[in-house]
Write a protein that binds this ligand. Structure first.
Ligand SMILES: *Cc1c(COP(=O)(O)O)cnc(C)c1O
Length: 389
């Protein structure tokens, strides 16, 4: 286990950028649910309207409540600026659209969130091609770069197999070839991994997971340099209109307050569950970068500050019936998608009808996905033990 929490991050989650005295001492900032802002003269409105990215004019652009969450997320990632969106997919779509044009090639590095891969398939109709290199090895990644590659898109840990990519080395490689890099940092959260400090250009998040943390907020975020965020603001943000609404921003703010506390529990619980599964006779392999036996453990110790609560394991049978049997037998884990909240969940990529797409994406149909929540680790372990036996 690692868990290195920066004092600065705790301060950002709790108080930073907040000024209660501006609001009659209110300890929780009020929610600005207004759509527009009025000005004392037309000249002042005209001036604000031509600097929309840092003036409050209309809430599809800038809004004080949303602005506060964005300041905190940018600071947590050690990035210059942030824009938040109505979902993780809205943020990912904006970041990808901002980085490509017709004729470009996107290189996907290893397994990524399946809907993001679908987005890249959809972009073929605008003549944007993509390919996936199913490897985290830098030489193989380099070989997969094409003359028209303008973007590398990745997750580290990778989706489902939780392999790690050497972010500093990858960022350096991309820079020598003028390729932009986007990482989805949802798994690690900004507490456990800060990719911008390693040279990655853009970080995206589904804030519907740990950042919200209570399964009651859908939100997304992009964090990058001031110049990248300014172009995203004036193009994808204002044009797509997939904004984070102020009420949701307030919920996200509330989620952030306890992020350091929650991540500590997720990390401790997940480590115990992963270590238990590793020793279980019905389990073929466990994928969790916090385990010292993980193939990328050393790299993780170098580039991460902790490990979160999503892990996968493989059982010996890859038959849908056996996967379903294990899942149906659990009593404490609940059956459902999504993750990053108080509850513990179990599911699998194998739906019985999608074997061909699993094969194409190099996913073993015997893989089971666990989301380790805030419950008692002993109880979760007992539950898995009885389900596997
Ligand atoms: C859930 C998820 C997304 C998509 O986020 P939404 O908020 O559901 O749109 C993207 N990436 C990862 C890794 C996710 O888990």
């Amino acid at each position: 286990m690692k868990h290195l929490l920066f004092a600065e991050d705790r301060d950002i989650c709790l108080h930073k950028f907040e000024d209660s005295h501006q609001f009659n001492g209110a300890i929780v900032p009020p929610t600005y649910s207004n759509t527009l802002f009025i000005y004392p003269s037309f000249e002042k409105l005209a001036d604000a309207n031509s600097h929309k990215h840092d003036h409050y004019v209309y809430s599809r652009g800038m809004n004080p409540t949303v602005d506060l969450v964005e300041k905190k997320l940018a600071a947590l990632e050690r990035g210059e600026q942030c824009k938040t969106f109505s979902s993780g997919m809205a943020a990912i779509t904006a970041a990808v659209f901002n980085s490509i044009k017709g004729g470009d090639h996107v290189l996907v590095v290893s397994n990524i969130y399946s809907t993001t891969l679908k987005l890249l398939k959809y972009l073929q109709k605008f003549h944007v091609e993509h390919s996936v290199v199913y490897s985290t090895d830098l030489r193989e990644i380099e070989q997969a770069i094409r003359p028209n590659t303008t973007l590398m898109y990745l997750e580290s840990p990778t989706d489902l197999y939780l392999r790690l990519i050497d972010l500093k080395a990858l960022a350096n490689l991309a820079k020598t070839k003028s390729i932009r890099t986007i990482i989805d940092n949802t798994w690690a959260t900004p507490l456990f991994q800060k990719p911008l400090t390693l040279g990655i250009d853009i970080v995206v998040h589904s804030a519907s997971k740990y950042l919200g943390g209570h399964s009651d907020v859908m939100a997304g975020a992009i964090i990058a340099s001031k110049s990248i965020i300014e172009t995203i603001f004036s193009e994808e943000y204002l044009l797509h209109g997939a904004i984070l609404v102020p009420d949701e921003a307030t919920k996200l703010l509330k989620g952030l307050r306890t992020l350091p506390l929650r991540m500590k529990v997720h990390e401790e619980n997940a480590y115990k569950v992963a270590a238990f599964l590793e020793g279980h006779e019905q389990v073929k392999s466990v994928h969790y970068p916090g385990l010292p036996t993980h193939p990328d453990y050393e790299l993780g110790q170098k580039q991460m500050y902790g490990y979160s609560g999503l892990l996968t394991f493989e059982i010996y049978s890859s038959a849908f019936e056996r996967v379903a049997q294990v899942i149906n037998r659990v009593k404490v884990f609940q059956i459902g998608v999504s993750w990053g909240s108080f509850e513990s969940l179990i599911s699998a990529p194998n739906y019985g009808t999608n074997l061909e797409s699993l094969r194409q994406e190099h996913i073993n149909p015997g893989l089971i996905r666990l989301i380790v929540g805030q419950g008692d680790a002993g109880e979760l372990i007992e539950d898995l033990d009885q389900a596997l036996r």
